[in-house]
Design a protein around this ligand. Structure first.
Ligand SMILES: Cc1cc2nc3c(=O)[nH]c(=O)nc-3n(C[C@H](O)[C@H](O)[C@H](O)COP(=O)(O)O)c2cc1C
Length: 316
C-alpha cells in the first residue's frame, strides 16, 4: 500500500505515521510553503522525516518503517520545481511521484540520487509517454479516485497497461478496504494507492469539519467537476453546497485556469471545496493513520484466506 500525496493535507506528521505503520507515506513538495525570504521548508521537512524514521528503525529493527515518497507537480505553473528537485536529490528521496506532466529532467534528478519515479496517469497513452520519458513505474488513477481522477474502469486501465508493461504499477481509485487492495493485486497491480481515507485521520492537516464530512459521506456524495482547478476531479457534494453552489449545475472550466505557482490563490479552492474519492463509505470515524493500515491489513489477510480456500490453497 502506498499512501497518496494530498494537497495541503499531507504533512510530515502524517507521512511519518504512515511509514511507521509499514506503508509508503507521501506528500506533495508544494505543501511545504515557507514565508517570503525564509529558508526552504521542504529542506526542513525532509530532515525531520528522515531523522524520525531513522530513530524509529534503530528502536524497532524488527518492524522498520517503509520508505517515503515526495510528489512533484510537473506543471508549467510550478515555478519552484527546479529548486525542489535539487532539494529532493540532496536528501536522496527514495520514491518520487510525478503528476500532471512527464519530464525527462525530473526522472534524471530522481535517478541521480538512486530514487525511483512513479508517474501518475489516467489512460494508456499517458502511461506509454511516461515510461518513454524515463519513469520507472506508474500510478494508474482510475475512476472514483480523489483529486484529479480519471474516468476509466480500473479493470480496463490495468489490463491495457499490463499488456505491455511489466514494471511497478500502483492502482488508485476508491481503494479504502483490504478487499479492494487485494482486488488491485489480483488485477496485476503491485500496490494499492490510497488517498481519501487518510483525510479523516488525527495526523492530517485538514479542518475538523472536512474530516467529519468524510466520515459521514459515501460514494453518492461525490461529484465530478472541472470547475475548481481546471482539471476534472472528485469533490464532496456537501462542501460545494456549503460554498453556496449547486453541485448538480456546475459550469465547466478550461484547463488554462490551472495554476500551481507559489502564492497562487488556488489553494483557497481546495480549502473550501473539499476533494475526496468514492471509497469513503468505509471510513466510520476519525482516528490515527495507523488504524487505517491495521484495519486494511486485517481485511486483506482475511479476504486472501477466503479466496485461497475457494481455490483449494491453504490459508496462511
Ligand atoms: C484532497 C486531495 C488532494 C490531492 N492532492 C494531490 C496532489 O497534490 N498531488 C497528487 O499527485 N495527487 C493528489 N491527489 C490525488 C491522490 O494522490 C490520489 O490519486 C487519490 O487520492 C487516490 O484516490 P482515493 O482518494 O480514492 O484513494 C489528491 C487527492 C485528494 C482527495
Amino acid at each position: 500500500m502506498i499512501a497518496a500525496p494530498l494537497f495541503i493535507i499531507s504533512v510530515p506528521e502524517l507521512v511519518i505515521a504512515q511509514c511507521k505503520a509499514g506503508i509508503v507515506g507521501s506528500f506533495p513538495a508544494l505543501n511545504a510553503r515557507e514565508g517570503e525570504g525564509d529558508p526552504p521548508l521542504l529542506d526542513a521537512w525532509l530532515t525531520q522525516i528522515s531523522e524520525e524514521l531513522d530513530r524509529h528503525n534503530q528502536a524497532n529493527p524488527d518492524r522498520p518503517a517503509a520508505p517515503f515518497a515526495v510528489n512533484q507537480i510537473v506543471h508549467r505553473s510550478n515555478t519552484r520545481l527546479e529548486r525542489d528537485l535539487e532539494i529532493c536529490a540532496r536528501h536522496k528521496v527514495p520514491i518520487w511521484i510525478t503528476s500532471l506532466g512527464a519530464r525527462v529532467e525530473v526522472n534524471e534528478a530522481a535517478h541521480s540520487c538512486g530514487g525511483v519515479v512513479l508517474h501518475d496517469i489516467i489512460n494508456n497513452t499517458f502511461a506509454k509517454k511516461a515510461i518513454a520519458k524515463g519513469a520507472d513505474g506508474l500510478v494508474a488513477v482510475a475512476a472514483g479516485a480523489g483529486g484529479h481522477a480519471g474516468q476509466q474502469s480500473p479493470f480496463a486501465l490495468m489490463a491495457e497497461i499490463r499488456e505491455w508493461f511489466e514494471g511497478p504499477v500502483a492502482l488508485s481509485g476508491a481503494i479504502a478496504t483490504g478487499q479492494a487492495l487485494l482486488a488491485a493485486r489480483a488485477m496485476g497491480a503491485d500496490f494499492g494507492y490510497v488517498g481519501s481515507p487518510f483525510i479523516a485521520t488525527q495526523e492530517a492537516n485538514a479542518q475538523s469539519d472536512y474530516k467529519q464530512m468524510i466520515v459521514e459521506s459515501g460514494a453518492e456524495d461525490i461529484i465530478y467537476s472541472s470547475l475548481f482547478t481546471g482539471v476534472w476531479g472528485n469533490y464532496l457534494r456537501g462542501s460545494v453546497e456549503n460554498a453556496g453552489m449547486d453541485p448538480d449545475n456546475l459550469p465547466e472550466a478550461d484547463s488554462s485556469s490551472m495554476n500551481f505557482s507559489s502564492g497562487s490563490s488556488k489553494p483557497k479552492a481546495w480549502k473550501t471545496i473539499w476533494g475526496s474519492g468514492q471509497g469513503i463509505g468505509a471510513i466510520k470515524s476519525v482516528g490515527p493513520a495507523g488504524a487505517i493500515v491495521d484495519r486494511m491489513s486485517d481485511e486483506y489477510a482475511a479476504a486472501g484466506a477466503r479466496l485461497a480456500g475457494e481455490f483449494g490453497g491453504d490459508d496462511d
